[in-house]
Design a binder for this molecule. Structure first.
Ligand code: NAD
Length: 520
């Protein structure tokens, strides 16, 4: 048993005051936050009124043309400076993330690495990705087409509490690199982490009005952001994502939606089982399962099911749960009482309807008030909430499968489609199987990180898991509007003098046939 830490002592009042002063808010209203490490009060976060949010957008809009005019290389240099600062300040950042979320230190550090990777990718590649391109015109030589990628304007970023640095910054960094300015609304639980990132962004030379943080209740403050933005980038639950999309749709602005998952992992008969177990531990229990891409369903080839089950259960039982800043914590606590209620209800629902709890299944208030054990279920069936619904906790169900077609069919039997993982020593077969899974990312012989940390490749959801892609060229171009400028010379596209419309149509028909034959 671990003694409760005192979170309030871990975070000096001066730090809280320095950070909360960065919220764009003028009203006297505040919202208290509590640390999941011990439920102690952490901060009184100033709340932004609708007027504060409108002022933030006005400032962001006024600055945006000059931020865009700097050019992608100068903007990229600021992102690279931010990369260096984030890595240099990783100890303070990790402390803050642990205190606000209750996750393990190593999970917190992964956020820092992901933000650094994102800043470096767009810092180094934005100029290339945003470069105007020549495309073929209707007539070779006679029609020149240039495609430009203009920033959309002011981008709203609405982010959740589970990965407050990663989700709070990675999308917005791409928007910033594209020449937009950003107004961000982090989740109420994790505003301090977002503010600590903002402090570093400003030290990296990003002007105050280029990235502002507002705070307030989701529906009100989030709604005000959507009503003022030129594009909204939302990460959160599928239910809220639908509301955000509807509101953005009414204004006809773009919306990128990174939503929930019910992610499958497939263990083939020829898999390296030790590696698969290690991957399952990380893939199911990182951040106590509060991770959009984590696995809640594992399908295992029947011939290796008993061996996988035995090793996975033993390894899960051996995980070290704790709450605090030390590196020895393997699994931290859930982040809120609401999360504990939800996860407990899902496990109780499965248990009372006949599922077997192979390991875990209990709250651990002796470790932290909202802590829950890593849990493996067997015998989960239709009708149980965790059959289809995202639990968003450290809870996974095991299922045997008889052939790979059945495994793919089961993996695809979900309204979600975010992430998946396939384990096999035959890489070619595993990749073929992966391409049949209806998700935005698939990791072969890795749980999550191979795709998520490969910044050049797109990441996002299918179906109820969202719209649009973060990372890669797709992740920056979504924050731009493409403009085609075609310059016509030599010959006009209308009928020349002396030719009837009918004759001109006949000439065009010949020209089209010729161009097809010559592959022009
Ligand atoms: P949530 O939808 O409740 O909240 C997310 C954010 O939206 C918060 O900042 C919240 O204040 C704001 N919000 C709430 N109501 C709003 C409204 N009506 N209009 C605008 N903004 C509003 O999500 P959550 O439960 O806090 O986060 C967990 C969910 O996020 C899980 O489903 C998880 O899978 C998902 N998630 C997805 C990704 C991804 O990349 N796909 C990453 C992390 C989390």
């Amino acid at each position: 048993m671990t003694a409760h830490v005192s979170a309030a002592r871990l975070l000096p009042a001066a730090t809280v005051d320095r950070l909360t002063a960065l919220v764009s808010a003028t009203s006297s209203a505040t919202q208290p936050t509590f640390s999941p490490l011990d439920a102690s009060p952490l901060a009184e976060v100033p709340q932004s009124s609708t007027t504060d949010i409108q002022h933030a957008f006005a400032a962001a809009r006024a600055l945006q043309p000059s931020w865009a005019a700097l050019g992608p290389r100068a903007r990229g240099r600021r992102l690279l400076e931010f990369h260096d600062l984030v890595l240099a300040h990783q100890v303070e950042l990790a402390d803050l993330i642990v205190v606000e979320t209750g996750k393990s230190r190593s999970d917190a550090v992964e956020e820092i690495f992901h933000v650094a990777l994102t800043a470096r990718y767009y810092g180094e590649h934005a100029a290339r990705l945003l470069r105007s391109e020549r495309r073929p015109g209707i007539f070779p030589i006679l029609t020149r087409v240039d495609v430009h990628h203009h920033p959309k304007g002011v981008v709203a970023v609405i982010s959740p509490w589970n990965y407050p640095l990663t989700m709070g910054f990675s999308d917005g960094l791409a928007a910033l690199a594209a020449g937009n300015t950003v107004v961000a609304k982090p989740d109420a639980q994790t505003t301090l982490t977002a503010l600590a990132g903002l402090e570093l962004l400003r030290r990296a030379g990003v002007p105050d009005a280029a990235w502002q943080i507002v705070a307030g209740p989701g529906p009100e403050a989030g709604g005000a952001l959507i009503d003022a933005a030129d594009h909204v980038c939302f990460t959160g639950s599928t239910a809220t994502g639908r509301t955000v999309a509807e509101r953005a749709g009414r204004r006809l602005i773009g919306a990128s939606l990174e939503l929930g998952g019910k992610n499958p992992m497939i263990v083939c008969a020829d898999a390296d089982l030790d590696a698969a177990v290690d991957g399952a531990l990380r893939g199911c229990f990182a951040n106590a399962g509060q991770l959009c891409v984590s696995f809640e369903r594992i399908y295992v080839a029947r011939e290796v099911y008993p061996a996988f089950r035995e090793r996975f259960v033993a390894a899960t039982r051996a995980l070290r749960l704790s709450a605090g800043l030390a590196w020895d914590c393997e699994v931290g606590t859930l982040t809120s009482e609401a999360q504990l209620t939800k996860v407990t209800a899902a496990v109780e629902d499965a248990r009372t309807r006949g599922a077997t709890v192979l390991v875990g299944g209990r709250a651990r208030p002796d470790i932290a008030p909202w802590c829950f054990e890593p849990t493996i279920l067997e015998g989960v069936r239709p009708g149980m909430s965790c059959w289809r619904e995202e639990t968003f906790g450290p809870v996974v169900a095991l299922y045997p499968f008889d052939d790979e077609d059945a495994a793919v069919a089961k993996a695809n039997d979900s309204e979600h489609g975010l992430n998946a993982s396939v384990w096999s020593t035959d890489h070619r077969r595993a990749r073929a199987l992966a391409s049949r899974i209806r998700t935005g990312t698939v990791n072969v012989n890795e749980a999550i990180g191979a795709t998520f940390a490969s910044l050049a490749a797109p990441m996002g959801g299918v179906g109820a898991s969202g719209l649009g892609r973060r990372q890669g060229p797709e992740g920056i171009l979504r924050f731009t509007r493409a403009q085609s400028v075609a310059t016509q010379r030599g010959m006009s596209l209308g009928a020349p003098d002396g030719q009837s419309r009918e004759q001109f149509a006949a000439t065009m028909t010949k020209a089209l046939r010729l161009m097809r034959r010559l592959r022009l």
